[in-house]
Design a protein around this ligand. Sequence first.
Ligand code: PNS
Length: 161
Amino acid sequence: MGLTALCPGTFDPVTNGHLDIIERAGRHFDTVVVAVLENPAKQPLFSVEERVSMLKEATSELGNVEVDPFSGLLVDYARLRGSSVIVKGLRAVTDFEYEIQMAQMNRSLSGVETLFMTTAPNWSFLSSSLVREVARYGGDVSGLVPAVVAERLAEKLGGPR
Ligand code: PNS
């Protein structure tokens, strides 16, 4: 049986920075499961079905990547998928404080390890929330997200003005 890594997130929407991490994780693990959080307490721009569908399209060329929604605790989902490794991207020190807390909580809950990969420098400023904001005000995000995401953002919020 091969090694499976989880790349979890909200992905509202997936950006080129996320894709870079997913693709690089795929070079080191037999299977990468992109786990898309369905959180009833949050009001995302895109439904979980839309986020999963955009991710599936954006990763369709990557042979060892699966995309699946999950809810509840990530460690429970990791157990379900037979994965003991979470892979996350780190952009800057600001990410670190939040990420280390989650990594330590997950390890104390179930022993699952979190491996951090440094974000590619060209995507270090990129986040889903900034993409949503720029798109909402009519900015052009086509160089920052996969084509399918740029299309769906334009359908939802109107295209670049
Ligand atoms: O893209 P995000 O919002 O930074 O991803 C955060 C995510 C989905 C990885 C995190 O919120 C999560 O794992 N949520 C599931 C609930 C859970 O397990 N909470 C305890 C984590 S310490």
